[in-house]
Design a protein around this ligand. Structure first.
Ligand code: SF4
Length: 445
């Protein structure tokens, strides 16, 4: 549980020596409580105080990483129930299930779909993050063969191995030893053997419980076997149960400091009906899942879920914005069009994407409006004729654009006359309202 400023103050030397850069120990304690300073700044603090503060400042949901390299997935570290309180830290990972009963060709095909799933949206790379190999055959040899096929066809993709038979788990984890796999399937009967396999292969251990009570018991038991990197499944499968269990788990970990449920959650969303699967997955995204397992990779489903995940895991207190400057799209020449828009990331990426689609080299003047979209910035008085004129003049773009034509967004057509007044010698053209009309607009010119 987080300590208050006064509780932290009691642990400090109370000499007010100022070596930490703060005028008093109390002022430093308050900064520590707000997580705006590090205890290392005080050279005189005791080891005991460091230990207590370290424990108190550890995130209530333990950080767990699976996979290695640039595809590694970080989970946990969450500190709040609601994203308006503070940003959710680590976006949930999407995993697709590969059953070990599939042929090697089918396994290769799904691996290829996972590798091809990556898209670029507002400057972020979004993708299916992981593969879960399931031992549905019940055969250890077959499970091992499927694991080898995944290792060969999707090298570098983090893997979850789902099995309740320790022999099968041990056989299949070999290609992923030291690759921080998740071995999922620890239960009351196999916990000790599964914990030993996880430890030997530097894997995390996924608990397969059938209730919240059993889950809490199993995490304690597995910790007792020396495994700290744990992923939890409470057994919830229906959307209603997923919301209820995930919420109870997050609340207990964050509000009550219950350590036995302070781990990332894995949810299984597989459904025959892909639309239903996508809908249930969206529940997991919104309500605290760290890994969401699905049955298939489909572009329409991925796009919807990627977008939702991106929205839930952006910081609502920090508008996504790009740098104010003149962006070249393609290799603009003197007569190339000059557009202007605001620096809201989504606006920038959509407008620049549509200009790119048009294949007409252009300049895009992106004006700092504190990350607001065009209409919002205009309504807030940040995208006005005076400010646009000032930005264009100060940007120096005039020397590159001898025809002095500026294309403003259709949504602020009302500004065209006043911008022309403020920018003598410039011609202001009203562009489309929606970015997707830009290619046709440019073709028509
Ligand atoms: Fe207090 Fe330590 Fe800061 Fe000195 S360095 S004022 S003892 S917190």
């Amino acid at each position: 549980m987080a300590l208050s400023g006064v509780e932290i103050f009691k642990l400090l030397p109370k000499t007010n020596c100022k070596k930490c850069g703060y005028p008093t120990c109390l002022a430093f304690a308050m900064k520590l409580a707000q997580r705006q300073a590090s205890i290392d700044l005080c050279p005189d603090v005791s080891e005991e105080a460091k230990r207590v503060l370290g424990e108190a400042s550890a995130p209530p949901v333990r950080p767990v990483t699976f996979g290695v390299g640039d595809r590694a997935v970080k989970m946990g570290e969450e500190t709040v129930l609601f994203r308006h309180d503070k940003k959710f830290v680590n976006p949930c990972a999407f995993a697709v299930e590969i059953m070990d009963t599939l042929s090697e060709d089918d396994i290769a095909k799904i691996c290829w779909q996972v590798l091809e799933s990556e898209i670029d949206r507002v400057g972020q790379k979004l993708r299916i993050d992981a593969i879960m190999i399931s031992n549905v055959s019940g055969d250890a040899g077959r499970f091992e063969t499927a694991a080898k096929a995944v290792a060969a066809n999707a090298a570098g993709v983090p893997v979850i191995l789902s099995a309740t038979d320790p022999r099968a788990a041990e056989a299949a984890v070999k290609p992923f030893a030291d690759k921080k796999a998740v071995i999922y399937g620890a239960n009351a009967l196999n916990a000790e053997a599964m914990a030993a396999i996880a430890k030997a292969n530097k894997a995390s251990l996924g608990i397969a419980a059938t209730s919240l009570d059993e889950l809490a018991e199993l995490t304690e038991k597995i910790k007792g076997f020396g495994v700290e990197d744990i992923v939890m499944d409470s057994g919830a499968r229906k959307a209603k149960d997923i919301i209820e269990h995930n919420t109870l788990i997050r609340r207990a970990a964050i509000k009550k400091g219950v350590k036995s449920v302070g781990y990332p959650v894995i949810n299984f969303m597989q459904r025959q009906d892909s639309l239903l699967e996508g809908l249930v997955a969206s529940v997991g995204i919104a309500k605290y899942a760290s890994i969401i397992v699905m049955s298939s990779v489909e572009k329409w489903k991925s796009l919807a879920l990627f977008t939702l995940r991106q929205n839930i895991f952006t910081d609502p207190q920090v508008p996504m914005q790009v740098e104010q400057k003149i962006y070249n799209i393609g290799e603009p020449a003197a007569e190339s069009p000059l557009f202007i828009t605001t620096n809201f990331s989504l606006t920038y990426f959509i407008v620049s994407g549509e200009i790119e689609n048009s294949k007409v080299a252009s300049r895009l003047a992106v004006m700092d409006c504190e990350g607001l979209s065009v209409l919002t910035a205009w309504a807030a008085g940040k995208f006005t004729a005076s400010k646009i004129a000032q930005f264009i003049q100060e940007s120096g773009v005039e020397k590159d654009v001898p025809n002095k034509e500026l294309i403003i967004p259709g949504y602020v057509a009302i500004l065209s006359g006043s911008v022309e007044e403020k920018l003598p010698g410039w011609k202001i053209t009203v562009g489309p309202r929606e970015a997707n009309a830009i290619p046709a607009f440019l073709r028509a010119r």
